[in-house]
Design a protein. Structure first.
Length: 315
């Protein structure tokens, strides 16, 4: 029966990384996970216990920290298990669950970074109107919409993933369950699967980047009007570090997801490296870039460790 769908009960994950790089990769991933976990947990705790940080900007930062912890915990422990045992089996259901969490949070992170950039744009360009335009209610609605839009974009992937037939192998030459890799090892030859990935990546990626770059460009224009050299230096330093994280998140993902959809095959190792950089590195850097450079959070962390009572920050 040529049209029959052949399902599998489990997949075998096999991380395509050279043996001479294996030890370095394991150590690097373990360090990244510990730093990501501790950094983002500290940010969440500080925001929760300090009433002065219960403002729209810090709600966004706290949400980003939650996304980063969930995504890293969804991926890195499993990847370390795969690397340490050279290969490991994952039941079909949990594999699809891991895939769905990766893609949902990938889209959600991009949308959240766009919302955060727009929030800073309104705060800098329209400071007097900011309290009325950006409230706790609007932030909660925007975070809800981020998750709804991400779930809507994810739905076709889950439908397509369940349509895939595996008649040759159930070995995924990858560090975790991934839609592109599933399509490549399947016997289902339908170009719409990878075309969907490329089109949604282009649409969401370009749209989000446009919002981020527009917001930051307007902030730059506003910063150039600041007479203080120190003020300009602070704004440009902040923007450059934010753009670094944005580039680390977007560029590798866009390269790895768009190229397969237009017929350009990447080696398994190149694909692994690109996606690992995009998914693993930004969550580790986000607390440093968005939180620990912030004077309110730095002050709260200091008071947390020294045991001093929280007092209103001076502005």
């Amino acid at each position: 029966m040529p049209n029959a769908t052949i399902t599998v009960s489990e997949f075998v994950l096999h991380c395509a990384i050279d043996k001479d790089k294996m030890t370095f990769t394991i150590v690097a991933l373990a360090i990244i996970y510990v730093v990501t976990l501790l950094g983002n947990l500290l940010v969440i705790v500080v925001i929760i216990i300090n009433p002065h940080l219960h403002s729209p900007m810090f709600f966004y930062i706290g949400t980003l920290a939650v996304f980063d912890i969930v995504n890293s915990s969804n991926l890195i422990p499993r990847m370390l298990a795969v690397l340490l045992s050279n290969a490991t089996t994952v039941p079909y259901g949990p594999c699809l669950l891991q895939l769905s969490v990766v893609y949902h949070l990938g889209v959600a992170n991009g949308l959240l970074l766009s919302a955060m950039a727009y929030d800073r744009y309104v705060a800098v360009v329209y400071p007097l109107r900011y309290p009325s335009l950006v409230t706790k209610k609007t932030v909660c609605i925007s975070i809800f919409l981020v998750n709804v839009i991400s779930a809507a974009i994810l739905t076709p992937y889950m439908v397509f993933a369940t349509e895939l037939s595996f008649c040759r192998t159930n070995v995924l030459p990858y560090c975790f369950c991934d839609f592109v890799t599933m399509v490549h090892i399947s016997c289902t030859e339908d170009p719409r699967h990878l075309t969907l990935l490329s089109s949604t990546t282009i649409a969401t990626g370009v749209g989000e980047l446009a919002i981020i770059l527009f917001s930051y460009s307007r902030i730059v224009v506003a910063a150039l009007k600041i007479s203080s050299a120190d003020g300009k230096k602070k704004v440009f330093s902040t923007l450059l570090t934010h753009l670094l994280v944005v580039c680390l998140f977007y560029l590798p993902l866009m390269i790895s997801y768009i190229l397969p959809g237009i017929g350009v095959q990447l080696s398994a190792e190149a694909y692994n490296v690109l996606v690992i950089i995009a998914i693993m590195v930004p969550p580790m850097m986000n607390p440093i870039i968005y939180s620990f450079r912030n004077k309110e959070i730095k002050g709260s962390i200091y008071r947390l460790w020294t045991g001093k009572r929280t007092t209103p920050d001076s502005h």
